[in-house]
Design a protein around this ligand. Structure first.
Ligand code: FE2
Ligand code: FE2
Length: 184
């Protein structure tokens, strides 16, 4: 390997796992706002690109939570009900994401689905940020710094796999990932 000291942003900033997850929440909230503006302007191409970004960000986010953060949280805090509910909420969000990804952006139902997804996510994020995350932090049983790096690394490789040659999210790759994910 040659030098890796390129100037392309220092993604190696050490955020702990909870900060990484909260940053994702903030990012997706911004994207939902952008979507609404574009939908109001009837910018079909623009809103479709943002919807794809939203779906990709959410799939990556739910995957890293399900693969890394939730199992560790289950061990760290004694609250299976909370974790079970979060898993069910992820499953509902994924169903809606599949519908959006296989839907027609010109269909008025498309906007309705994106809107309902944003409401689901808002509710889910609030529960994570006000209940689950504080409990995990207070339990002090996890190495959240180390996990933050792992989440960041996984995010980067999943995003690369979902991004097409044009730098946009490839909807086909997204659907393949979603279908694999809902089969297990
Ligand atoms: Fe979640
Ligand atoms: Fe989350």
């Amino acid at each position: 390997m040659a030098t890796t000291t390129s100037s392309s942003g220092s993604s190696a900033i050490k955020h702990d796992a909870i900060v990484v997850l909260k940053n994702d929440h903030a990012e997706v909230k911004k994207l939902f706002k952008q979507y609404e503006k574009l939908a109001d302007k009837d910018d079909i191409a623009g809103k479709t690109a943002i919807a794809n970004r939203i779906c990709a960000e959410l799939i990556i986010h739910t995957e890293i939570e399900e693969q890394v953060f939730y199992p560790a949280a289950r061990e760290a805090i004694d609250d299976d009900d909370l974790l079970n509910e979060a898993d069910v909420e992820h499953a509902s969000a994924k169903d809606l994401i599949i519908q959006i990804q296989s839907g027609d952006p010109k269909d008025p139902m498309y906007d309705a689905k994106v809107k309902v997804l944003s409401e689901y996510i808002e509710h889910h994020v609030e529960e994570e940020e006000t209940e689950m995350f504080p409990k995990v932090r207070e339990a002090k049983k996890l190495n959240l710094k180390k996990m933050g790096q792992e989440l960041t690394d996984r995010k980067a490789s999943m995003l690369a796999a979902l991004t097409g040659k044009d730098g946009e999210i490839d909807s086909k790759n997204l659907l393949i990932l979603l279908n694999q994910d809902t089969k297990h």
